[in-house]
Design a protein around this ligand. Structure first.
Ligand SMILES: Nc1nc2c(ncn2[C@@H]2O[C@H](COP(=O)(O)OP(=O)(O)OP(=O)(O)O)[C@@H](O)[C@H]2O)c(=O)[nH]1
Ligand SMILES: [Mg+2]
Length: 617
């Protein structure tokens, strides 16, 4: 079974809804107001029966200028467009506008249809045909045959049906991997006894009754109670089908047109979007930096501020990069198409593609911002992935996040980037090679600053360095910073000195006389432990050097005296467990001092304590 979505497009009153009725037997204008005014307001849905194992869903859109936003909600996700032009009017403003939208959304299959041929003579018909041919010139419909029909006399309707079937068979099969299930919601209603139902065109993946799903951007969890396709209960549905889904746990008021239903935790929401924008060829408007536009994507509409990257304006027919700053969060995927309209006066004037759905905030005049976009738009997914790792939201990019953006191919692409030495793999996180270099420079800076304040500092422990890097980068990612430190050590950006880290080739400048003086003081103190009044840096130097042993806060003993104390203990322990009193007497010091030393023995695993008797370990 192949799923195909056929949609109409064209000016108001040109016969779109009648054409669908002629093709399917269904009048999709159901609202009383639609009947009364004789125009379509909301999207209409039906399907075309056939003997070819094709599931052909049909979306009928309104042509009236006032309802363009409804048209936009329906147009995204269609495979084949029926571009409808009335024989008695020819190409009109919304014919052009709808067609621009269709082209911009990346729809590449369709049939130009002239309707109402029963109302004109051959001469008029051929004038309109010329008109239509001019419109199609240079577009994906340039070589398409224009099908001329009447929905009143049913002239050529069967022929059109055959043409639709023929093209339907050429539509590529869609990705129906369950993990990718995604459906922008275009209608929400509640049915007594059933609860909340949402409808939409499933654009990716597949869904079974009983599946867990998530509503975005609110990230509310729900479960599928029932699925309908073309008004019939079905156990499952897949991409390319018009689908109605009965949901548990969600009320009608919790859901709005434009929300997206997808697999739990498969999407990320953002209020910033990196995009490319192309203005329609025939617009008279320019898009300037900081302009506010109406932004239409999936079935969603909202206001967006356009921050142009690397240029001040875009003119008709031109393409440029931009970051959209939105008023609400939205969960999109890379390569999703969108449309923009100018808000006053309302005019559809361009469209584009999402390049990064969860970017960082770019500075528009920075060269690296433009670099980020060029990589995203280079045509290679590996380059786009590199762009996200290199210029993305975070220093270390989470693998799980990348998989949401790049789907099934992520791991393969990463392997390629790691092999090409562009990306470093920290397991669940990735770091670009360029960032690693910058972080190396930052770490060197940290040591240079450290050296100013610690003239003799031998270096930092890995833990100290970790917290210094963390506060410098303003991130709390201890594990990743540890991986970074290891990397910098391996690359000899850093070096170890005993258990300390410093820059390679680091030499300590010390005042040896002063050091000797302090050390002499501690030698003479023997086993008398008093609070240190010496220069902290010198003390810490001596400690790191192993000349002094720390016994408590600001309490030190010289290494030689400490070793003597061990010797004394060894002698006493020949007789068995050593009580504190005996040790004190042997050292000829106070009980308090003797205890400090014994505690240090215990801490260093030289001795252990059983019922106040110390034994050698
Ligand atoms: N004679 C004749 N009249 C037609 C034909 N198709 C449509 N009409 C007439 O044109 C009117 C408008 O047709 P619709 O199908 O509602 O037009 P539409 O394009 O759906 O209009 P919107 O949805 O409002 O944009 C209908 O009420 C019919 O009176 C046709 O093939 N022949
Ligand atoms: Mg209509």
């Amino acid at each position: 079974m192949k799923n195909v979505v056929v949609g109409t497009a064209g000016h108001v009153d040109h016969g779109k809804t009648w054409l669908i009725k002629a093709l399917t037997g269904t009048d999709t204008d159901r609202l009383t107001e639609e009947k009364r005014r004789g125009i379509t307001i909301e999207l209409g849905f039906t399907y075309m029966e056939n003997d070819d194992l094709l599931d052909i869903g049909i979306i009928d859109v309104p042509g009236h200028e006032k309802f363009i936003k409804n048209m936009l909600a329906g147009a995204q996700g269609i495979d084949i467009v029926l571009l409808v032009i009335a024989a008695d009017e020819g190409v009109m403003p919304q014919t052009i506008e709808h067609f621009d939208i269709i082209k911009s959304l990346g729809i590449t299959k369709g049939i130009p249809v002239i309707t109402k041929i029963d109302t004109v003579d051959d001469e008029m018909l051929s004038l309109v045909e010329d008109d239509v041919n001019t419109l199609l010139l240079g577009t994906f419909l340039e070589d398409s045959e224009i099908v001329k029909v009447s929905s009143k006399t049913m002239d050529n309707i069967d022929y059109l049906k055959d043409e639709i079937l023929k093209i339907s068979k050429t539509i590529e099969n869609k990705n129906t991997n369950k993990k990718n299930f995604r459906m922008p919601i275009d209608r929400v209603f509640s049915i007594k006894g059933f609860g909340t139902v949402v409808t939409g065109t499933m654009i990716e993946g597949s869904l079974d009754a009983g599946d867990d799903v998530m509503l975005y951007p609110s990230m509310t969890k729900s479960k599928v109670r029932n699925i309908q396709v073309h008004d019939k209960d079905v156990g499952s549905a897949s991409a390319g089908q018009r689908t109605a889904i009965n949901l548990t746990n969600l009320k009608k008021k919790d859901i709005a047109r434009g929300d997206v239903l997808a697999k739990a935790d498969s999407l990320e929401s953002s209020m910033l979007l990196d995009v490319s924008i192309t203005l329609f060829k025939n617009t008279k408007r320019r898009l300037e930096n900081n302009d506010r536009v109406h932004f239409y994507v999936g079935s969603r509409e909202m206001m967006a501020k356009v921050v142009l990257i690397g240029t001040g304006e875009i003119r008709a027919g031109e393409k440029a990069y931009a970051q959209l700053r939105l008023e609400e969060a939205i969960a999109l995927k890379r390569k999703d198409p969108f449309i923009i309209r100018f808000y006053s006066p309302l005019e559809t004037f361009g469209g584009g593609l999402i390049l990064n759905p969860v970017p960082k905030k770019h500075k528009r005049l920075r060269e690296e911002s433009l670099d980020a976009f060029k990589l995203l738009d280079s045509g290679s997914e590996a380059s786009a992935l590199l762009s996200v790792i290199e210029y993305g939201k975070s220093i270390f990019t989470e693998l799980a996040f990348l998989r949401k953006l790049f789907g099934e191919g992520t791991d393969e692409l990463l392997k390629e980037l790691v092999n090409d030495k562009k990306v470093i793999n920290f397991g669940e996180y990735l770091l670009s090679e360029d960032k690693a270099k910058k972080l190396g420079d930052k770490t060197t800076e940290i040591f240079n600053e450290y050296q100013v304040n610690n003239k003799m500092g031998l270096g930092m422990t890995s833990k100290e360095l970790n917290s210094k890097i963390s506060s410098k980068l303003k991130i709390d990612e201890s594990k990743n910073i540890d991986s970074l430190i290891t990397l910098l050590l391996n690359r000899q950006v850093l070096a170890t000195y005993g258990n300390l880290i410093n820059l390679p080739g680091h030499k300590v400048k010390v005042d040896q006389d002063k050091l000797d003086e302090i050390l002499k003081f501690y030698e003479e103190q023997q086993f008398t432990i008093s609070t240190s009044k010496h220069n902290k840096e010198y003390i810490s130097y001596l400690e790191k050097n192993g000349d002094l042993i720390k016994l408590g806060i600001n309490l030190y003993i010289s290494k030689t005296n400490f070793d003597k104390a061990i010797e004394a203990f060894n002698k006493l322990s020949l007789k068995g467990g050593v009580p504190l009193g005996d040790f004190r007497d042997e050292l000829n010091t106070s009980r308090k001092n003797a205890l400090l030393i014994l505690d240090a023995f215990d801490a260093k695993n030289i001795t252990y304590n059983v019922e106040n008797l110390r034994y050698l370990m």
